[in-house]
Design a protein around this ligand. Sequence first.
Ligand code: B12
Ligand code: SF4
Ligand code: SF4
Length: 368
Amino acid sequence: MPDPDMPQRPTLDLDDLAARLKQWGRELGFQAIGITDTDLSTHERYLERWLEAGHHGEMDYMARHGTKRTRPEELVPGTLRVISARMDYLPPEVETTRTLGQPEKAYISRYALGRDYHKLIRKRLDRLARQLQAEIGPVGYRAFVDSAPVMERALAQKAGLGWFGKNAMLLDPKAGSLFFLGEIYTDLPLPVDPPFEREHCGSCSSCQTACPTDAIVDDKVIDSRRCISYLTIELHGSIPVEFRRAMGNRVYGCDDCQLFCPFTRFTRASHEPDFAPRHDLDRAALVDLFAWSESEFLKRTEGSPIRRIGYERWLRNLAIGLGNAPWSEEVEHALRARLAYPSDLVREHVRWALAEQRNKHAARIATA
Ligand code: B12
Ligand code: SF4
Ligand code: SF4
């Protein structure tokens, strides 16, 4: 029974409000908005299985929050609905597979070429929620982007934004998967959208074939410990030797399971200035990035997601890229210049890379 002393919300046409909310979302730069409830019980089981198998590697935060990740109302008490939002990020005219095929260049994941997406999307979600409040008065809400124990893809699938591809990405049949997700948890009982039921992968398995390190261990299941994204961004220590050659020139993240997906041809370019490449990161040569001093690294990655890994891991990743580059005096010279760098981690990767370079040089001489 409603408490007669409590101020009541005026009777709302929630269907109309949800339609307007989606319109505001589009005006704020989101390409899709959907609404779902908080029942993630099926995904809770998938997550448990994934954690039991150790597929999270060193990402302890994936196991740390108990059921808060899969039960939104435990993370934010009172949550009834989740508004899921999609923002595309591929800047126009940025090369993808071509750069991957140029082994003297660095391949940086296309989501990380510009400014960090977290702040931008959080701000937009806050604006969306404030617009809702301006319309109907106080509403309980919290906005998230990849920053809290939230099952972003599962919520998006339930909210109708796409299906889980065999590469575990959330895909939209008309836009591929090169987009970010964010959400608003709210206590407003908005009408929910139907989940995205149809799976469009069919008999395709291009992502599994394309994955350089066989990290897609089952349909929709990634073993992070094999995934280049994890190895270059999340892993703190030494990158296991077994994966180093397969990493090629991928020095920050990896996009292969998306680039070779047939739906990626439907990607729509993003004109968000924040996502535009900085410092030519979409086309830079490995040797040039390896030559950055620590202060240059800090300055040039200010506000970029790359900064997160720090200078030491940046050099670690680039050393592997250089080891995989075709032999050249310039590459050997660049590596030798770092042989005395004051970090065991960096020195070990540089030694590995030099050995790779020397093997290639020897093979060249032998066949000359
Ligand atoms: C941990 C994490 C990683 C880890 C682990 C990846 C992983 N697959 O979990 C690592 C570091 C490897 C990683 C890599 C990348 N990530 Co990441 N990552 C996350 C994070 C923080 C959590 C993901 C998670 O919950 N994993 C747990 C596992 C169990 O979930 P899952 O892989 O999504 O698996 C689901 C499906 O397998 C499904 N499922 C399993 N079996 C079945 C069976 C059926 C029938 C069905 C229907 C479903 C189903 O249920 C599982 C649970 O929902 C999210 C942000 C967030 N808070 O959600 C971003 C996020 C998933 N990552 C993102 C991105 C962009 C990437 C990269 C592309 C970055 C890059 N270029 O390097 C790669 C892609 C790798 C890949 N193919 O997944 C985006 C994905 C956007 C999208 N379109 O899907 C997210 C949502 C961040 C964001 N806010 O935009 N990531
Ligand atoms: S991001 Fe790269 S390494 Fe990870 S699953 Fe996809 S293709 Fe494999
Ligand atoms: S490459 Fe094929 S199997 Fe993999 S996600 Fe895309 S459509 Fe699905």
